[in-house]
Design a protein around this ligand. Structure first.
Ligand SMILES: Nc1ncnc2c1ncn2[C@@H]1O[C@H](COP(=O)(O)OP(=O)(O)OP(=O)(O)O)[C@@H](O)[C@H]1O
Ligand SMILES: [Mg+2]
Length: 230
């Protein structure tokens, strides 16, 4: 049985890492041993070849002393901060599904719960015939959608929900994240999505510069997920 979540977002930079780290903290607070995963990360940090991706580091920190290694969290680390298939091509590599699924299973065997942060948005290409939706489907995990609240997010959120349904994955919940402090009518946008997404709003994050995911964990309702392996 899979016990885990796949965290996707309406776009890149909408708060997936923040949300995934907050989910890790919230699930750990329920007594679960939680492994984070960011299967593909583009942007290796310095020094090139030895650096780790900032998301990988943040996720490892959220997991605490029991965290998997950076290499287990991120089996495919690409040097350049580009769309993954382009970054991979620049290194003469191609991203393949099987090693990513095997890396996930290795974590799933050893930890109670795995929180997988997706790459970019839900349909970002990973290779010629592979995208992030295929990865989520192969992992078979319920999806949490992080909606970056800004103009245009309704369309992005509804398109993403449609893609999640097309991948035959359950939308387990969504998080409304205030990435734009000057957004007008944020409450009305959240209400519009609550009516249309057909999944629970599991948390609402305010705009907080340098937000601490540990503090945001208290804003998440993870009771439905924490039961998974009780
Ligand atoms: N609620 C918030 N308040 C203030 N800043 C935020 C908030 N959520 C996210 N941010 C900031 O926005 C930026 C992008 O967030 P984050 O890295 O979590 O996005 P992401 O979806 O994981 O991006 P990527 O696609 O690169 O993985 C970060 O600098 C983060 O600190
Ligand atoms: Mg991220």
């Amino acid at each position: 049985m899979n016990a885990g979540l796949f965290v996707t977002g309406t776009d890149t930079g909408v708060g997936k890492t923040l949300a995934a780290c907050a989910l890790v903290h919230a699930l750990r607070a329920k007594g679960l041993r939680v492994a984070p995963m960011k299967p593909v990360a583009a942007g290796a940090g310095e020094p090139v070849g030895q650096g780790a991706n900032a998301d990988t580091i943040a996720l490892a920190e959220a997991a605490g002393p029991d965290a998997p290694s950076y290499g287990e969290i991120t089996p495919v680390l690409l040097r350049d901060p580009l769309a993954p298939h382009i970054a991979a091509a620049r290194e003469g590599r191609a991203i393949a599904l099987t090693p990513l699924v095997e890396a996930y299973r290795a974590l799933d065997r050893r930890w109670d719960f795995t929180v997988v942060e997706g790459v970019g948005g839900f349909r970002v290409p990973l290779a010629r015939d592979l995208d992030a939706a295929d990865l989520a489907a192969a992992l078979g995990l319920p999806v949490v959608l992080v909606v970056g609240l800004r103009l245009g997010c309704l369309n992005h959120a509804l398109l993403t929900a449609e893609s999640i349904a097309r991948a035959r994955l359950p939308l387990a919940g969504w998080i409304a994240n205030a990435v734009d402090p000057s957004m007008a009518a944020a409450d009305e946008n959240v209400a519009a999505l609550a009516e249309r997404l057909g999944a629970p709003l599991i948390g609402r994050f305010p705009f907080v510069r340098n937000a601490d995911p540990r503090e945001f964990a208290a804003r998440l309702d993870v009771s439905a997920f924490a039961k998974t392996r009780a």
